[in-house]
Design a protein around this ligand. Sequence first.
Ligand SMILES: [Zn+2]
Length: 103
Amino acid sequence: MSPTRPRKIPQRTCVACRTVRAKRDLVRVVRLIDGTVVVDPTGKKSGRGGYLCRQRPCWEKALQHGALERALKQTIPAESRATLSTFAAGLPEALAEAPAPHP
Ligand SMILES: [Zn+2]
């Protein structure tokens, strides 16, 4: 709202590769109250969440090696796993490095 707000970019850690990135370069995955695990594009759903880079390898790694399950502290139901895999399939192979607007 204020034009003079500090230029501090919120950062999060990817649960698969542990890279710290700007929040907008990551996708939040959240465990809902019923145990369903969903992609949360707005980052506003409540529940235990984890972040993954906006690139397919991290999602595959997170799903295959249980990184996401560790982050969410629960087993991911098969149905949610399928949803996440489908989402991951639509992601690029690597995150395009955006040129830094400021040093
Ligand atoms: Zn990652």
